[in-house]
Design a protein around this ligand. Structure first.
Ligand code: SF4
Length: 339
């Protein structure tokens, strides 16, 4: 389906582009040219979508009906089930969902195995599935596996491209894009989340992308970092006007030192509050200041109509996965106390 509609010149072979990695000046995330979707918009989603799967009882989306929720990024040592168990033990008690990433620059256990380990350790996984490293057949396998394992949801992303020098020579597949993967995941009976990058060009067209992704099967939208809560509010309102009715989860930047802050600042397609970063880094106790800044950002985001939860995102600490988990757990607990 849709292969003939792939956009010529898009290194990610997208139909429903653009991806979230378009540079601020309109350059492609991958190649030295203008993103090919800026001057010639993608088609709208026009295929029927299956009826959405009801949220699993006790899941983040289920809980979001009655109270604000916390989705926490799960950062663990590569290929290390012991690290995974330690981090889940810290984060699961204070999170409504744990977001398992798909990283371009570090290896991870296979998604289905990762999700099973998280469940076994007492967490509720939302698994990110990216189109970068898996062809359509393998994506179908993983979706069937994730449904069988019993994840609360799957975050369907096109995926950031591997940068120059990162595993050179490794193929980047991109058989599908995030929107088409969302439709496939919905057809597999999974609860589907999708990302969007409000600040990435073409910003005025991104609200309508959320509506398209919802038509393809998305049930919740996880937003990338935006500089201010007012920016999130404007984006959600625009998405509503474009026809999106789904709930939003907004990203909170969690950093407590130079490295964890700079990683977030450098990531293409997202923006953090640079003034807040400098205040935290200059504070007498940057760890305490970073936690306070994240809690304040979370509270402001949860006051935005349409935002049902926050995604605690980022490394949080340069002290390793366990230290990062402890920071995020403190943020999550403080948010829970205030809601
Ligand atoms: S920025 Fe993304 S969508 Fe645009 S051409 Fe590059 S890879 Fe394709």
């Amino acid at each position: 389906m849709d292969d003939a509609r792939r956009r010529t010149g898009c290194p990610k072979r997208m139909v429903f582009g653009p991806c979230g990695g378009v540079r601020d000046d309109g350059r492609c995330e991958v190649a030295e040219h203008r993103c090919v979707f800026l001057d010639d918009p993608a088609p709208h989603w026009d295929a029927p979508a299956p009826a959405p799967a009801p949220p699993r009882p006790g899941s983040l989306l289920d809980r979001a009906r009655t109270r604000p929720v916390v989705l926490t990024d799960l950062t663990v040592a590569p290929y290390d089930p012991a690290s995974l168990r330690r981090v889940v033990a810290v984060l699961a008690p204070v999170s409504n969902g744990l977001l398992v990433g798909e990283h371009a620059n570090r290896p991870d256990l296979p998604p289905t195995l990762f999700a099973a380990e998280v469940l076994d350790a007492g967490g509720r996984p939302w698994t990110t599935l990216a189109c970068r490293d898996r062809n359509r057949v393998v994506l179908e396998q993983e979706l069937a596996g994730l449904a069988a394992v019993g994840v609360d949801g799957v975050l369907c992303v096109t995926g950031d491209a591997r940068g120059p020098g990162v595993r050179p020579g490794v193929t980047q597949v991109f058989d599908l894009d995030g929107t088409r993967l969302a439709a496939l995941a919905a057809a597999a009976g999974l609860t589907v989340a999708v990302p969007e990058s409000p600040d990435a060009p073409p910003a005025p067209r991104r609200p309508a992308r959320v509506a398209d992704k919802q038509r393809a099967g998305a049930q919740v939208c996880v937003l990338n970092h935006v500089r201010t809560p007012a920016g999130v509010a404007a984006f959600v309102a625009a998405a509503r006007r474009a026809g999106a009715t789904l709930p939003f989860v907004a990203a909170v930047a969690v950093y407590t030192d130079e490295r964890s802050a700079r990683v977030l600042q450098r990531f293409p397609g997202l923006h953090v509050d640079d003034a807040a970063v400098e205040r935290v880094l200059a504070a007498p106790d940057p760890r305490e200041a970073g936690i306070a800044a994240a809690v304040a950002e979370a509270r402001a985001l949860l006051a935005v109509p349409g935002v049902v939860g926050v995604n605690l995102s980022g490394l949080a600490s340069d002290g390793g996965e366990d230290a990062g988990a402890r920071v995020k757990a403190e943020v999550a607990a403080a948010i829970g106390e205030g809601t």
